[in-house]
Design a protein around this ligand. Structure first.
Ligand SMILES: NC(=O)c1ccc[n+]([C@@H]2O[C@H](COP(=O)([O-])OP(=O)(O)OC[C@H]3O[C@@H](n4cnc5c(N)ncnc54)[C@H](OP(=O)(O)O)[C@@H]3O)[C@@H](O)[C@H]2O)c1
Length: 346
């Protein structure tokens, strides 16, 4: 099989394709022949050596794949999930992978694998796990968004942002989004009612004005740092703020320790009295720290696949890039050139 390695911390050029022996599935695991692997901002940070959750460099990252089942490992006797989810060889699937997804074959526990419908392309399937699980947990579970409410989706043109737009639209909410200006026209077509460019305009003023001073009920924010303080200025009573990232300190594909520290220091620290008096709820979300809960999260995956079948959820794919050009895939994210998901193809 081939794998894309981060050979050392640095620019996209440090990504290198290497050959390796095919992995053998262990108990309750399946081997998947990968056709498409999702690229995430976390992978870019890992490549820079700035992602504490990633394995030590040199390493193979990648949180999600789609492909076909090649073989299954032995089933264990203790109520094995493989009996609950039989996946014969040839089944088309998507899977969450805890790293190692940038590979033409992966082995993963069967409870991280979902069969996909025939009309779903592999590139579409590989776009679902990270972006749609994160968006569903943020918008539905923590955000508890209901029809008629207003939601502000930061980074609306990213993979998570577009997933959140589609979920919010299906709920019947009014959608506000922040993104680079060149993405606004397409995001309007996807259903965003009002867009702001958080880097060039006073978006707090714009959101305040366009909500008649009332603010929004749910905010999902992967930017972090000072942006979270601004969020609180537009959070309505009974509002829910969900923080799920820290992209603020990354500039032109670089993240310095000093900027990161500044960004962390700039995060607001509202006390319980403030929350109580403002009727606010604040949540943090990190999908990468939920591996132990995967059995509890299978319903999220099932709901996402049901959303696909209904036609509510359709990943927007910015680019499908061959493994051999993985550096370009990372560059697209760093240079803010993607609208939607970037996929690597084997
Ligand atoms: N906590 C979790 O479980 C979790 C899960 C998934 C993703 N995330 C986080 O959510 C964010 C969005 O992920 P995604 O996969 O949707 O994003 P993506 O598709 O990789 O989006 C990249 C986009 O992020 C925006 N961006 C914001 N700050 C940036 C910066 N400093 N440098 C470069 N681009 C920046 C840019 O769009 P604009 O210029 O239009 O803003 C860029 O086009 C990331 O920060 C990621 O780490 C967290």
């Amino acid at each position: 099989m081939k794998q894309i390695w981060i050979t050392k911390a640095g620019a996209p050029e440090v990504l290198e394709i290497r050959e390796a022996d095919d992995p053998v599935p262990g108990p309750d695991e399946v081997a998947i022949d990968v056709h498409a692997a999702g690229v995430n901002f976390a992978d870019v940070l890992a490549r820079m050596g700035m992602y504490p959750d990633a394995p030590p460099i040199p390493c193979v990252v990648g949180y999600e794949v789609a492909g076909t089942i090649a073989e299954s490992g032995p089933e264990t006797d203790d109520g094995s999930s493989s009996r609950d989810h039989p996946l014969p060889a040839g089944t088309r699937v998507l899977a969450l992978t805890r790293f190692g997804g940038y590979a033409s074959r992966v082995c993963v526990p069967v409870n991280q694998v979902f069969a996909i419908p025939d009309d779903m392309r592999f590139a579409e399937a590989a776009s679902l796990p990270v972006n749609y699980f994160t968006a569903a947990l943020a918008v539905e579970r923590f955000g508890n968004l209901v029809p008629g409410e207003r939601i502000l989706i930061h980074n609306a043109g990213g993979g998570v942002g577009i997933a959140a737009i589609q979920l919010s639209r299906a709920i019947g909410a009014k959608i506000y989004g922040s993104a680079s200006a060149w993405k606004h026209d397409q995001l309007k077509l996807l259903g965003v009612d009002r867009l702001v460019d958080y880097r060039t305009e006073d978006w707090v003023e714009a959101i305040t004005a366009s909500t008649g001073g009332e603010g929004v009920h749910v905010i999902i924010d992967p930017i972090g740092g000072r942006n979270l303080s601004l969020d609180l200025k537009v959070l309505a009573p009974l509002g829910r703020l969900i923080a799920f990232g820290l992209s603020e300190p990354v500039r032109n594909g670089r993240r310095s320790l000093l900027r990161t520290l500044r960004s962390v220091m700039a995060m607001p620290r509202p006390g319980f009295l403030t929350l109580l008096n403002r009727n606010w709820s604040i949540a943090g979300l990190n999908l990468g720290h939920l591996w132990s809960e995967i059995d509890r999260l299978r319903d999220v995956g099932d709901a996402i696949l049901a959303g696909w079948t209904r036609g509510d959820l359709r990943p927007v794919i910015a680019a499908e890039i061959p493994f051999e050009e993985a550096g370009e895939a990372h560059r697209m994210l760093e240079e803010r050139r993607n609208l939607g998901k970037v996929i690597l193809t084997t």
